[in-house]
Ligand binder design. Structure first.
Ligand SMILES: NC(=O)c1ccc[n+]([C@@H]2O[C@H](COP(=O)([O-])OP(=O)(O)OC[C@H]3O[C@@H](n4cnc5c(N)ncnc54)[C@H](OP(=O)(O)O)[C@@H]3O)[C@@H](O)[C@H]2O)c1
Length: 311
């Protein structure tokens, strides 16, 4: 099968095209013939030796990627049959091995792909959708009427988080630069903040919950506008070590979460996609042969919605 291995941490030249034998599946797993893969900042960070590289660096061959959609070709699980169309985030934060024609995936990390969405849209609704869902539903437990601020609302996590928060009945504000304002409002956000030059100190403490996708100074900015007794989840690794203490000093609960593979959560996301409550936005699609270009695009930090690679 075609696959892309990471020879060693570094630049995109280290992503090498190889032929490998198809993976064999163990009890509880299915073999998925991959149709689409979505790319995340963690793919790029891990390729460069950060992200989850430390957890997987001794694997050989080392295959990056976690987000897949595809068709079940073999099964050792009663959850899926051959021919089922599935999607999910495989083995995160471990070795997902998604940059390949075939992926061995634990059945309990997948869900059936809704018939009304494409393989590209399904692949785009895995890691970022699980992150948004786990943050808003399991951790923050967002309630109807709450005031929610989503940073980088035009990005992968943010654009899904806006839609899930709206679905939960929250009043949602999203941040991005001015060029993405219309996109953020089109997701259902009630209002928009252009983060360039915004006066956070004078804005008032109005938010019950903040999803921080930026880290660093953005934590301080966010706390200026979070109500006492509110909460903030900060997700970018390496840029949020101080979130808990900074939040505490403002009377706010602050913490980091790391998204986890979950078939149960994927089923919830599948039903949000099926009903149309959540619609992923795929802004760029690359063929498998252009994985390096897809990484360079993701690396710009300017992605609107998601970047997807197809096979
Ligand atoms: N802990 C976890 O489990 C977890 C899970 C998923 C993601 N993450 C991390 O969360 C971060 C975001 O991920 P993502 O996939 O959403 O990234 P992304 O798709 O690459 O985000 C790109 C978007 O960010 C916006 N942006 C850039 N700087 C901004 C700023 N200062 N304020 C507001 N918006 C800004 C850009 O809009 P403009 O061009 O308009 O600026 C762009 O649309 C990454 O660091 C990622 O590694 C962590």
């Amino acid at each position: 099968m075609k696959a892309i291995v990471l020879k060693e941490a570094g630049n995109v030249e280290n992503l090498a095209y190889v032929e490998l034998v198809k993976p064999t599946i163990s009890e509880g797993e299915v073999l998925v013939k991959v149709k689409a893969i979505s790319i995340n900042p963690v793919d790029v960070k891990s390729r460069a030796g950060k992200g989850v590289y430390g957890r997987i660096k001794t694997e050989n061959p080392l295959i990056l990627g976690w987000d897949i959609s595809g068709i079940v070709e073999e099964t050792k699980s009663s959850d899926f049959k051959v021919g089922d169309e599935v999607f999910g985030m495989v083995n995160f934060p471990g070795h997902g091995k998604a940059y390949a024609e075939y992926v061995a995936a634990p059945a309990n990390q997948l869900a059936l792909k809704p018939q009304n969405i494409s393989f590209e849209d399904a692949a785009a609704s895995t890691l970022v959708a699980l992150t948004a869902y786990q943050a808003l539903v399991h951790n923050a437990k967002i309630q109807e009427g709450q005031n929610v601020l989503v940073h980088a609302a035009s990005g992968g996590v943010g654009h899904i988080a806006v839609q899930i928060a709206k679905h939960l009945g929250a009043k949602v504000t999203g941040t991005s630069s001015a060029k993405n304002k219309d996109f953020v409002l089109s997701l259902g956000a009630d209002s928009h903040i252009d983060y360039h030059g915004f006066d956070w100190k004078s804005a008032g403490r109005t938010f019950d919950f903040v999803l921080d996708t930026i880290g660093g100074d953005n934590i301080d900015h966010s706390l200026e506008v979070t109500k006492e007794g509110g909460s903030i989840i900060s997700i970018p690794t390496g840029l949020n070590e101080e979130v808990t203490s900074k939040a505490e000093s403002k009377g706010v609960k602050g913490y980091f979460i790391l998204v986890q593979s979950s078939g149960d959560d994927m089923k919830q996301i599948a039903s949000l996609l099926e009903s149309g409550a959540v619609k992923p936005h795929v802004s760029k699609v690359f063929p498998f042969e252009q994985m390096r270009e897809a990484h360079l695009e993701q690396e710009t930090g300017r992605t609107v919605g998601k970047i997807v690679v197809t096979l």
